[in-house]
Design a protein around this ligand. Structure first.
Ligand code: GDP
Length: 281
């Protein structure tokens, strides 16, 4: 960092002076020499890449609905996971953390799975372990923040960034378990509803199913994640994303030859469904 930037960092000393000026119109001034604040974006990028990023996903959905497959498809890898049985006495959360690297960017990814969700005859308490898990991560972070000598810089933040809620592709409506669980979680996490195994629904049925789900969420007062549109760079794309909610997804770990390229897809006697498109630069 140049001396000019050091000066910039000591600006708070001059704050009263700036506050007095705050009502005046901003004036454009030209610099008579190099100050150094043009390196601030580079410094931010360097800091972010050296620290790496942390992303925590919570996958909520019945056993066998395609949670593990979708995670493998999304991140183009094979995470360790053994298929859960349908005999779990209750719901339990299983968190696994991985270190992924793409180019020189590191990602510390935590995937939290809801083992046994939807498998019990009495599902009244199915949401409780999920809520408890989320609250426990908030509490752990708070405890770190409250420490006199806190080290948030290298603290592994396990708070959930996104909750993917897997909806069964019934083509009918949401189950009461879905509504109850989403309602309990919506104030604590960003819920992104997704229709799992969307290859099993016909196109016009999928369209109606999506509208039905959205109207049920609205009538039951369930808040789902709103893609932010206040930032100019992402406003357009985010506005189109919201229109597609709930996302219809197809997961696959198998590579199938499509044309002359290999892609993650599901092969059927009648054709091939491609899991996702990846734009190569
Ligand atoms: P989990 O218990 O929710 O983690 O479910 P899995 O990911 O283990 O998937 C259970 C079964 O569903 C496997 O046989 C998968 O191949 C299959 N499956 C996963 N995703 C899809 C999908 O998008 N479409 C279809 N038709 N089957 C899928």
């Amino acid at each position: 960092m140049s001396a000019g930037c050091d000066l910039l960092l000591s600006l708070p000393i001059y704050m009263p002076f700036f506050l007095a000026l705050q009502n005046d119109d901003l004036r454009n001034l030209s610099l008579s020499g190099h100050v150094g604040f043009d390196s601030l974006p580079d410094q931010l990028v360097n800091k972010s890449t050296s620290q790496g990023f942390c992303f925590n996903i919570l996958c909520v959905g019945e056993t066998g609905i395609g949670k593990s497959t979708l995670m493998d498809t999304l991140f183009n890898t094979k995470f360790e996971s053994e298929p859960a049985t349908h005999n779990e006495p209750g719901v339990r959360l299983k968190a696994r953390s991985y270190e992924l690297q793409e180019s020189n960017v590191r990602l510390k990814l935590t995937i939290v799975d809801t083992v046994g969700f939807g498998d019990q005859i009495n599902k009244d308490d199915s949401y409780k372990p999920i809520v408890e898990y989320i609250d426990a991560q908030f509490e752990a972070y708070l405890q770190e923040e409250l420490k006199i000598k806190r080290s948030l810089f290298n603290y592994h933040d396990t708070r959930i960034h996104a909750c993917l809620y897997f909806i069964a592709p019934t083509g009918h409506s949401l189950k009461s378990l879905d509504l109850v669980t989403m309602k309990k979680l919506d104030s604590k996490v960003n819920i992104i509803p997704i229709i799992a195994k969307a290859d099993t629904i016909a196109k016009n049925e999928l369209h109606k199913f999506k509208s039905k789900i959205m109207s049920e969420l609205v009538s039951n007062g369930v808040q789902i994640y709103q893609f932010p549109t206040d930032e100019e760079t992402v406003a357009e794309i985010n506005a189109t994303m919201s229109v597609h909610l709930p996302f219809a997804v197809v997961g696959s770990t198998e590579e199938v030859k499509i044309g002359n390229k290999m892609a993650k897809a599901r092969q059927y006697p009648w054709g091939v469904v491609q899991g996702m498109y990846r734009k190569h630069r």
